[in-house]
Design a protein around this ligand. Structure first.
Ligand SMILES: *Cc1c(COP(=O)(O)O)cnc(C)c1O
Ligand SMILES: [Zn+2]
Length: 396
């Protein structure tokens, strides 16, 4: 076994096809599964990793190293991502008579969004495999994050994004030394462009779920939610779902922590709510039975750029998460996102991404419908800072 050759902390053992379960070599570079062309999921041997050992570790997502896929620590490409604060929204809780309303602020990550987690992991693994350059279709934040981590790793970076993406995203990629290609359309059109540009295969395509490790970075949010909550979990977690890596990843983390014995037997896992933009809500359509799947879904742009993903490859995995957790999919209009943005700003001093504003408005909506109760522990994920989205907001 190759594993015995590594003197590493990582307990990585397999990669399995998320659709049929066939196993692939986790020590070779992989993309999607050859059998079903679906995402590969990393599996670990969960023995001998005690949560007590976390106490001495640094405050980044790398504190969970045993359950992460990087084999050699020198390959870690880090800008200090993860271990973001979970804030108590006491003013809004009071206003809406809620007993516990919290927000994990992913806007405090390097490059201003939780995409830092996934791309730090993917680029670290790319480095481990000797990759020299990466390419990505992006709605904005993922491209910025990839550019930064590629710069740090000394790799070439090619970023393909919709022409309508706010300038702040485009320009930041440039300052990290990336090549930026603009495309008319949404992220699926960018994905087609990536294929065309990378016919030779010389660059690693780090599209959402087309390589196994962005998911492993995003799952650290789940570990942190448990650890920062002193191993108690919220009743409901609201997450803005585009490609869905965060939703799938947090749920994967909860399952892994159950295997590790880190969650008490009596602890109920949270209901996972996927929040989308009404302008692009493929998951809501499939979840409600109005379409069989998202393969022909046509979406429109939204001010929440990260949610403009009309045909996510991880649709089945997202639906599985919703089903297993007792969650639902819901959507928020453009104008309601602005209401949420203002409300979080005025009441809590937070300037969130429109994706985060959508999540808060979804909580309000689901309190109204009775899906969420006022005495439940509610956790919102704000996935990014609002600062790069200024161009999307109404002129004052
Ligand atoms: C990318 C992005 C999302 C969606 O994340 P997925 O992992 O693709 O579901 C949500 N919010 C922000 C700010 C993003 O950049
Ligand atoms: Zn398969």
């Amino acid at each position: 076994m190759k594993t015995t050759l590594h003197r590493s902390l990582s307990h990585l053992s397999t990669l399995t096809c998320s659709s049929c379960g066939i196993a692939y070599d986790a020590f070779e570079q992989q993309t999607v599964s050859a059998c079903c062309h679906m995402p590969l999921l990393a599996g670990y041997i969960p023995d001998n990793f005690k949560k007590e050992s976390l106490q001495q570790r640094e405050g980044t997502m790398w504190r969970y190293l045993e359950m992460l896929p990087v084999l050699h620590e020198q390959n870690i490409v880090s800008l200090g991502e993860g271990y973001t604060p979970i804030l108590k929204l006491t003013n809004l809780a009071k206003k809406y008579e809620l007993s516990s309303l919290q927000l994990k602020d992913e806007g405090q990550n390097p490059t201003g969004s939780f995409k830092a987690r996934g791309l730090s992991m993917a680029i670290s693994k790319a480095k481990e495999h000797g990759v020299e350059g990466c390419i990505i279709p992006t709605a904005g934040n993922a491209g910025v994050a990839m550019s930064a981590y590629c710069a740090k790793a000394g790799m070439r970076a090619v970023v393909v994004m919709p022409r309508h993406t706010p300038k702040a995203f485009r320009d930041e990629c440039y300052w990290y030394g990336a090549e930026v290609v603009l495309v008319d359309g949404l992220i699926n059109d960018c994905a087609a462009k990536v294929k065309e540009l990378n016919r030779s295969g010389e660059l690693l395509d780090v599209s959402t779920l087309k390589e196994p490790y962005r998911l492993e970075g995003k799952k650290t949010m789940g570990y942190e939610i448990a650890e920062q909550g002193n191993w108690q979990l919220p009743d409901v977690i609201l997450y803005p779902a585009g490609g869905g890596t965060g939703l799938i990843g947090i749920w994967k983390a909860f399952k892994e922590m159950q295997q590790l014995g880190w969650l008490g037997k009596g602890i109920k896992l949270p209901r996972m709510v996927a929040v989308q933009a009404a302008n692009c809500q493929p998951l809501v359509e499939t979840f409600s039975g109005r379409q069989a799947n998202c393969q022909n879904y046509v979406g429109k742009p939204t001010i929440a750029n990260g949610l403009a993903v009309p045909r996510p490859l991880g649709e089945q995995l997202m639906l599985q998460t919703l089903q297993e957790s007792g969650g639902i999919a819901t959507s928020i209009t453009e104008s309601d996102m602005l209401v949420g943005l203002k409300e979080l700003g005025e009441n809590e001093g937070l300037f969130v991404a429109p994706e985060g504003a959508a999540v808060w408005m979804a909580a309000r909506k689901l309190l109204d419908t009775g899906y969420i109760m006022q005495d439940e522990k509610i956790l919102l994920l704000n996935t990014g800072s609002g600062q790069k989205y200024m161009e999307n907001l109404p002129a004052l």
